[in-house]
Write a protein that binds this ligand. Structure first.
Ligand SMILES: [Zn+2]
Length: 274
């Protein structure tokens, strides 16, 4: 699943080719937008807000999209072959005289009045990569639920926007914190959040994310998707479990030695070492 840095980078690239240009073609393959025609409309800017994409148009409307698990926007010079997947996965096309922006597998695509953007992104906490990042507000929101786990708090986009399961796993390993540690037991929450933001910043222009500093395949993470493999620091097999609010359980990875469990933690049903 694309995380905040990936979405930020996608929007930077879309903005570079669309902002200030007039649309020469628009095509939407979602029922609610099937008859929408944006030809002749100018694009003011494309910005990310957490993991959401906002295409602000000069007709006072905003095209709102979200990648969820597998979506992407690809950019091609006009006339170049589109390579983001089979044609039936295309949800939208926005073209200028120079470029085609092609949206693949986008589960969210809607046109809303720009002054109603708050309705789709207003619930989000401070954006880790936003110009208006507010660390105190993010910490305040995380601390509203002191008995909740840090693992769930970092993924809750209402607390702070941008982290997904990749950064959650890697950040908590780097800080030596078990994912199910209660928020109230984290000694220096500001440091945890600050380090996570640094990871996002370091990766925002990269196509492949790394937290180890190594860009080679299979060496880019400490614990993420390494269940059963030896910890890079201590050799203990990495463990994994799914946990979270009912219906929103997400997979977590950790080293049981480098990230000791809280004393009263029961063994989870979904926990496994294989
Ligand atoms: Zn370890």
């Amino acid at each position: 699943m694309p995380e905040g840095d990936t979405v930020w980078r996608a929007c930077q690239r879309l903005n570079a080719v669309l902002a200030g240009r007039t649309l020469t073609r628009s095509e939407f393959r979602v029922p609610t937008l099937a008859t929408t025609d944006l030809v002749g409309i100018g694009v003011r800017e494309v910005v990310s807000r957490g993991k959401h994409q906002l295409f602000r148009l000069d007709n006072a409307y905003t095209l709102h999209t979200h990648f969820r698990m597998e979506g992407s926007w690809r950019i091609y010079p006009c006339g170049r072959k589109w390579t983001g997947g089979p044609a039936f996965q295309i949800r939208g096309v926005l073209s200028t005289a120079e470029h085609d922006a092609v949206g693949y597998r986008l589960p969210v695509m809607e046109l809303i009045p720009s002054d109603e953007e708050e309705g789709v992104v207003g619930h989000l906490g401070p954006d880790l990569l936003g110009a208006d990042w507010d660390v105190d507000e993010a910490l305040r929101r995380i601390r509203r639920n002191p008995t909740g786990t840090i693992g769930e708090a970092l993924l809750d986009q209402r607390n702070l926007a941008g982290f997904g399961t990749f950064y959650r796993s890697e950040l908590l390993f780097l800080q030596g914190i078990h994912p199910r540690t209660p928020v109230a037991d984290i000694a220096d929450l500001a440091r945890v959040v600050g380090r996570g933001q640094k990871l996002l910043l370091a990766n925002r222009w990269r196509n492949e994310q790394t937290t180890t500093g190594d860009l080679r395949n299979g060496r880019r993470t400490y614990v993420f998707e390494r269940v059963g493999s030896p910890c890079r620091r201590c050799g203990t097999p990495i463990r994994s479990e799914e946990f979270g609010p009912p219906g929103q359980e997400r997979r977590s990875y950790w080293c049981p030695r480098c990230q000791p469990a809280p004393a009263d933690l029961p063994l989870a049903a979904g926990e496994s070492t294989t």
